[in-house]
Design a binder for this molecule. Structure first.
Ligand SMILES: [Zn+2]
Length: 498
């Protein structure tokens, strides 16, 4: 745990504590509000400023983000939604970051050491330490292809030739099917350095999760040539064999002793959870969410601007969430509770959303509908909307009805559905929380994809790029309408929503 963060959060809690004692919430004589678009812009200007350093979990940027949002939500009149008196507003989430620490690979043929330079092999593990001793290599062909039986894989190292430019699905399948380790011969397009760099970003997990201890390795072509020396077989032979339609896996007369270890760091971070209490107890809840985190300081070391401010992704979504909360809090009190969740660590693998679902502040089956808001200010005012996750819940027809009342057009979203796994809603869906994204951003898929190709996850996703606050304002109003509708037990009886 990062001691600095602990102190900061004690400060936040301390600063909020006296406020929480004030009865009646915010002052009645609030100054005149700027129009909705200006409010959205103001949030993005703060959250995506360089001062917030790209809102990386576990950093001062997180503390600033949560301090800002906590104050906003409190002033709006929300109450803590953690349902945990020990942790008001901020629900702790502990992450483990694992960085590769050591890698070793030794090979033998007929009991004699087969020399391969140390720099030609990289072994990685998803756990703390993984070791495989004197395991025979089973050549299983190219990156694509069937997965042999468990009986054939058990106790062996599956050796394969790189396939789809880094797609690891076959490697994963081989490990899942019982291989002791996998070893991929790089095709020359990828280097061991690039594999290692990529791994750094993916090594995050929730502290409570069982990470397993898969052992995965990569060997360069030169390394593989050395490994085959004296065996009577060449790398070209392996490639030829793998290309044949009648190819069957083949045990080589080579064994490997492979080991990898990782270094573990704990990161303490927080989901922010607010609630607008409903007037009908135990009638269920509606959940609106958006991730607050971004990529931190992520640009090239030599670049002038290195801060990945995450203006679109996802200061815009947090701004929409906050302004929807403000309008809902001022309107008639809904029957159901409406929860507002700003998740942490979406960019590290939807981890904050997983943590929420694994340790929820209310029984999960009480959530009748959840709406995720991610990267939203892409399309201009007056744009139609799509449902990302259409067909995966029973919410679609009701969403269409609400949109119609709001005079918002919902367009077909089969292509936008390709993005369903890349957002927090996916984590909630794994826990059977009916979650979709209703958004103008994906309605113009060409524009969205241009963003993904361009500023997305780069220092240029900042305030200098065009941000469509008009489109975001439309989406605020649509989310207000959706939350009101789904929080109404006559419009949406619980059983029918599920
Ligand atoms: Zn995002």
């Amino acid at each position: 745990m990062n001691r600095g963060m602990a102190a900061i959060f004690r400060c936040i809690q301390g600063a909020l504590a006296p406020l929480l004692l004030l009865a009646g919430g915010p002052a009645l004589s609030a100054p005149r509000e700027a129009p909705l678009e200006a409010r959205l812009r103001a949030h993005v200007e703060v959250l995506a400023s360089d001062d917030f350093e790209g809102r990386e979990p576990g950093t001062e940027g997180e503390a600033k983000t949560l301090r800002y949002l906590g104050k906003q939500w409190f002033d709006i009149g929300l109450v803590s939604g953690t349902n945990d008196p020990g942790n008001e507003w901020f629900a702790p989430v502990t992450l483990v970051a694992r960085e590769p620490a050591s890698s070793s690979a030794q090979f033998a043929r007929k009991g004699r050491r087969q020399y391969v330079p140390k720099a030609a092999v990289l072994m990685l593990t998803s756990g703390n330490r993984s070791l495989v001793k004197d395991a025979p290599l089973l050549f299983v062909g190219k990156g694509r292809g069937p997965v042999p039986d468990r009986s054939e894989l058990a106790g062996r190292v599956a050796l394969l030739l790189d396939g789809d430019g880094g797609d690891s699905s076959r490697q994963d399948a081989l490990l899942a099917a019982g291989a002791s380790a996998v070893l991929t011969v790089l095709d020359g397009d990828r280097s061991l350095d690039s594999v290692a760099a990529r791994r750094k970003r993916s090594g995050y997990a929730l502290a409570d999760d069982n990470v397993g201890g898969d052992l995965e390795g990569f060997i360069t072509q030169e390394g593989m040539i050395r490994l085959l020396q004296g065996s009577g077989m060449t790398l070209a032979d392996l490639e030829r064999k793998a290309g044949r339609p009648e190819f069957v896996p083949e045990v080589l007369d080579i064994t490997g002793t492979l080991e990898a270890t990782t270094r573990e760091t704990k990161i303490r971070t927080y989901n922010l959870i607010g609630k607008l209490p409903g007037r009908k107890r135990d009638s269920g809840a509606v959940l609106l969410l958006a991730h607050w985190d971004a990529f931190g300081i992520c640009g090239d070391e030599t670049a002038e601007d290195r801060i990945c401010n995450g203006a679109i992704d996802n200061a815009s979504g947090i701004a929409v969430l906050t302004e929807a909360a403000r309008i809902l809090a001022r309107g008639p009190r809904p029957e159901r509770d409406i929860y507002f969740l700003a998740t942490t660590s979406e960019e590290l693998g939807l981890l904050g959303a997983h943590a929420f679902a694994e340790n929820p502040p209310l029984p999960i089956n009480q959530i009748v509908a959840a709406f995720n808001i991610d990267s939203i200010a892409i399309a201009p005012r007056g744009s139609p909307a799509v449902i990302v996750g259409k067909g995966l819940t029973s919410l679609d027809s009701r969403i269409a009805a609400v949109a119609k009342r709001e005079k918002r057009k919902i367009v077909d979203s089969s292509e936008a559905n390709a993005y369903v796994k890349r957002q927090d809603g996916w984590a909630l869906l794994q826990h059977d929380i009916p979650t979709v994204m209703v958004t103008s951003a994906y309605a113009d898929l060409a524009k969205m994809e241009a963003f993904f190709e361009g500023d997305y996850h780069r220092p240029s996703d900042d305030l200098k790029r065009p941000i469509e606050f008009g489109g975001a304002a439309d989406d605020v109003l649509l989310h207000v309408a959706l939350a009101r509708w789904f929080a109404d037990t006559r419009k949406v009886p619980s059983a029918a929503a599920k």
